[in-house]
Design a protein around this ligand. Structure first.
Ligand SMILES: C[S@@+](CC[C@H](N)C(=O)[O-])C[C@H]1O[C@@H](n2cnc3c(N)ncnc32)[C@H](O)[C@@H]1O
Length: 303
């Protein structure tokens, strides 16, 4: 979705742009190529390895200023370091990167055997997927699998996890994979595996809470006329983004039965993409992960 992001996010070719999920710096590099010489680019990622890679990868990008390691939900605690009053474009490309997914040490994928970690920021401490899987009540496990994985076999899977951990601790991706494979048979097995891994990753990293927290903060950090772009990879994230844009695009919020407006509420945002933007067919073919990507863009209004 790089071309779409570049086309939709830039409103001032000499402005300041912030990527809150900088990953390897791919979007910042693409933005730099469309921006003028005095534009400024900044990045944030919760994963210290991603920030180190970006600092290295973007060395040759003239407009790139810096990248810092922080959870984007806490962006307000580091933004002063950038020395910008506000930004003309802010990007969130949610979820995890291909580098993280393919890293056999991180525990994000059922395709590698590794410790069940799944934290974006292992240096920050916090509970791993193994901690949750071995400690939570059956009901909590099934809630995570159902809500964050949208997996219909959630209750059976939670039961199977609890039965298994009565015998031994569940510590590796192979342990979890075996439980899912024994519980869900047939053509949907791989989909169930992907959903269960997604569910625990979202739970471990508190991804939906972080997204809910960052959206109003990002809006505060935009210049009037600046744009917020969000790429979501599953319906839970996309619904949150859609609702945020809808809520902040409303004018009067008085109850319908009021004869005249007394709230004086003003819209703060204008949706630029009436419908979500999906990746082109060619990108979907080249990169299977891109298939579920959904981009929404909204512009901050002068209130
Ligand atoms: C899909 S990748 C972004 C790829 C990036 N756009 C690029 O061009 O290389 C998502 C990134 O968001 C980061 N991330 C996820 N949750 C985060 C959070 N709460 N705060 C900061 N970064 C986060 C992940 O560590 C990952 O590097």
């Amino acid at each position: 979705m790089t071309a779409e992001v570049v086309a939709q996010l830039i409103t001032d070719s000499e402005g300041a742009y912030l990527d809150l999920t900088v990953g390897m710096g791919g979007h910042l590099r693409a933005l730099s190529q469309a921006l003028g010489q005095s534009a400024r680019l900044y990045g944030v990622d919760r994963d210290a390895e991603a920030v180190t890679a970006t600092l290295q990868n973007l060395k040759d990008v003239h407009q790139f200023r810096t990248a810092v390691t922080v959870n984007y939900a806490e962006i307000d605690t580091v933004v002063d370091q950038f020395g910008e009053r506000a930004f003309d474009g802010i990007l969130l490309d949610l979820g995890l990167s291909s580098r993280q997914l393919d890293d056999p040490e991180r525990g994000f994928s059922f395709r590698h055997d590794s410790p069940l970690d799944m934290r974006f920021d292992p240096d920050a401490g916090g509970r791993t997927a193994a901690d949750l899987i071995n400690a939570l009540e059956e009901k909590e496990l099934s809630g995570i699998i159902r809500r964050f994985g949208e997996e219909r076999n959630a209750a059976r899977l939670a039961r199977a996890i609890v039965m298994e951990r009565q015998q031994r601790m569940i510590l590796t991706t192979a342990d979890l994979t075996a439980i899912v494979r024994d519980t869900v048979r047939g053509q949907y097995q791989v989909k169930s595996l992907a959903r269960v891994f997604q569910a625990f990753r979202i739970a471990v990293n508190g991804e939906l809470d972080a997204l809910e927290t960052v959206l109003p903060k990002a809006l505060n950090l935009l210049n009037p006329g600046g744009r917020l772009g969000v790429i979501a990879y599953h319906s839970l994230e996309d619904r949150l983004v859609k609702r945020f844009i809808q809520d902040r695009s409303k004018g009067c919020i008085c109850p319908r039965e009021f004869p005249a407006c007394v709230c004086n509420h003003k819209p703060e945002l204008r949706a630029i993409t009436r419908r979500v933007i999906k990746p082109q067919e060619s990108e979907q073919q080249a990169n299977p992960r891109a298939r579920s990507a959904r981009l929404r863009v909204a512009e901050k209004l002068a209130v």
